[in-house]
Design a protein around this ligand. Structure first.
Ligand code: 5GP
Ligand code: ZN
Length: 113
């Protein structure tokens, strides 16, 4: 499949891999928007959050809790961090394989724009 993140998961495109298990991989964003910018990506190809179903509930829960764990490991849990799912073009989604952004290491303004 012609999907950038599937190719990263398969190791065909290199990445700065931080963590992997049977359900997810975590790597650094190539164009970081904050001092810490990691991507939590399911091995399962799901194009957008609109395509997730009840069958994916445990997987999505695992992604969120893995992000929380990583935030603690990276020592940004107390100061604060942001978890973001961009969904479709109007929200800035560029890679159509769902991914959870973990952003931190600076003050994150609101509204995000
Ligand atoms: P989206 O805009 O779809 O929510 O997020 C896609 C993210 O993937 C962007 O933050 C972008 O910088 C990142 N990205 C795009 N291509 C690559 C790549 O080849 N490697 C890595 N590590 N990140 C990428
Ligand atoms: Zn994919």
């Amino acid at each position: 499949m012609d999907c950038l993140f599937c190719q990263i998961i398969e190791g065909k495109i290199p990445s700065d891999l931080l963590y992997q298990d049977d359900q997810i991989v975590i790597f650094s964003d190539i164009n970081p928007q904050a001092p810490i910018h990691k991507l939590i990506v399911p091995r399962k190809h799901i194009a957008t959050m609109n395509d997730a179903t009840a069958e994916d509930a445990a997987l999505i829960g695992h992604m969120v809790l893995s992000a929380q764990k990583l935030a603690k490991q990276l020592s940004i849990a107390e100061e604060g961090y942001r978890l973001v799912w961009n969904t479709n073009k109007g929200a800035g989604q560029a890679v159509f394989h769902i991914h959870l952004h973990l952003l931190g290491g600076r003050v994150l303004h609101w509204p995000p724009g």
